[in-house]
Design a protein around this ligand. Structure first.
Ligand code: GAP
Length: 466
């Protein structure tokens, strides 16, 4: 059984750092916030985009047997009946009658009863455990808790037709749209079987547990792939994907000691899965928790949509004429959790309480800072900014002393700082011709400075960063 006790102080430090450094802010702050929603600020947007682009390059751009899509968030509500989400995608919740707080029953049991594993227990069983052991509300410590009830994880909405309304849902995973489009891709693209369909976009879940920062959001981005295969090949492909996912984590600079595989036990698999393995990351404030997941979804989803839609979702082998519903391997990455893991890994407090934030250069939000030594050199710095801005995320900073500006860039792990100084413009009484039209480039990792001609700067940075 997994027990994760939240260390609020450690989390608070990372939350404050993210605010101070323009990475992530709580959303709707002027209305005292809105639980489980956050806004990415400029550096957060860059970090997120860089991880997303790296995933895309790695898993989509680098393959020839893949189709990529960008689907609507709202799907025909029949989808959720067929997929089983309408029936099984629920939380067991209990309310405190005194302070009106609401809790996930499994979390309450897990937190207050060391020896009980609540995963997969029926609602009546959880109700009995809560009352028999006098479990308490975690806000006001009252024992006046309701019986456990079912709440859907899906957000429900109403869509008005001419005379009546219909219940529709915000999708809780991007995967279902991929299943709905399987036949279209088969019929209309020139993909050979087996093939992949990928997409990155938002999913929504009715998460009620607070104090999770961006780990458990109401809306979050998923980077999902469904691989349509023959049943006999699933084990080999599954193994290979475990390796690919592990390499991805290493390539965004998560250290191997901080992540591990977690195999879901047979009894606790989702209704559609025959095998599921998570990669868990060792988050500093609560220990190992799910970062990504890999599932063998069998032919469950396509069979269900075949049945509910009445459309044949089979692949026909042109050589043997055999028809079958493909099986599916699903690697699913949560983008927001990947950003959070990268932030946790990068954040390091020194003994003097100062913070080092060490990012992979391809993930770093700013690749090159251009710093005029004095304000008078700003026009030249602007020229350099214009020269580089379409190739790299750059920042021109002219405020405060050069040392404070270096320190500011170091804190967000900008790999290179370019300084426009007196030599660049030949501003000395006895200018050094050899240095005219050059800038100094300071490397973040070793603080070494080299002089480079402005015209060679782009080539230098391409070489070092790309
Ligand atoms: N299609 C499979 C699926 O949705 P999941 O484990 O429920 O499986 C996949 O979600 C990934 O999405 C997770 O590994 C996690 O990274 C991310 N994720 C799930 N719920 C989330 C939430 N409420 N907030 C942020 N990320 C979430």
């Amino acid at each position: 059984m997994k027990k994760n006790i939240l260390d609020k102080e450690k989390m608070q430090k990372i939350v404050s750092f993210c605010k101070r450094k323009w990475i992530i802010f709580p959303a709707s702050e002027i209305y005292w916030g809105f639980a489980n929603t956050y806004t990415y600020w400029p550096y957060g947007v860059e970090i997120k985009n860089n991880i997303k682009n790296f995933w895309w390059k790695n898993f989509v751009q680098a393959r020839r047997d893949i189709v990529w899509i960008d689907s609507p968030i709202l799907l025909n509500p029949k989808t959720w009946e067929a997929s089983g989400h309408a029936t099984w995608f629920n939380d067991a919740l209990t309310d405190c009658r005194d302070c009106k707080s609401r809790f996930r029953a499994d979390h309450l049991i897990e937190n207050q009863l060391e020896w009980v594993d609540p995963e997969g227990l029926p609602f009546e069983e959880m109700t009995k455990i809560i009352h028999k052991n006098s479990l308490k509300c975690e806000k006001c410590w009252s024992e006046n808790l309701t019986d456990v009830r079912k709440f859907s994880w899906m957000f429900e909405m109403e869509m008005w037709k001419i005379w009546e309304s219909e219940k529709i849902f915000l999708r809780p995973e991007t995967a279902q749209w991929i299943f709905l489009e399987f036949k279209n891709v088969l019929d209309n693209t020139r993909q050979n079987f087996p093939f992949w369909i990928a997409q990155i976009w938002k999913s929504f879940r009715n998460e009620i547990t607070p104090w999770n920062f961006t780990f458990r959001l109401l809306e979050f981005e998923q980077m999902e792939i469904e691989y349509f295969i023959e049943e006999k090949n699933w084990e080999e492909i599954f193994e290979k994907w475990q390796n690919d996912m592990k390499n991805f984590c290493k390539n965004i600079w998560l250290s191997e000691k901080n992540f591990r595989f977690f195999e879901h036990s047979k009894e606790k698999l989702s209704h559609y899965s025959k095998r599921t393995v998570d990669i868990e990351y060792n988050f500093p404030f609560w220990g190992f928790k799910e970062l990504t997941w890999l599932a063998y979804r069998t032919d469950f989803d396509l069979s269900q949509h075949d049945k509910f839609s009445g459309q044949e979702l089979k692949f026909r082998n042109s050589q043997t004429n055999e028809k079958f519903i493909p099986h599916v391997i699903e690697p699913s990455f949560g983008l927001d959790r990947a950003v959070l893991a990268v932030i946790c890994e990068a954040y390091f407090e020194k003994e003097d309480w100062s913070v080092i934030f060490k990012l992979d250069p391809k993930i770093a939000p700013v690749k090159c800072a251009i710093l005029p030594l004095i304000k008078k050199f700003t026009p030249k710095a602007e020229e350099i900014f214009d020269m580089l801005k379409m190739d790299f995320a750059c920042e021109l900073d002219e405020k405060w002393s050069i040392w404070r500006r270096y320190a500011r860039q170091d804190e967000i792990w900008t790999p290179f700082c370019v300084t426009v100084d007196f030599d660049t413009l030949g501003e000395w009484d006895e200018p050094n011709d050899a240095y005219f039209g050059t800038v100094t480039v300071r490397n973040r990792d070793n603080w070494e400075q080299v002089r480079i001609k402005i015209k060679d700067l782009k080539g230098f940075l391409v070489d070092k960063i790309k």
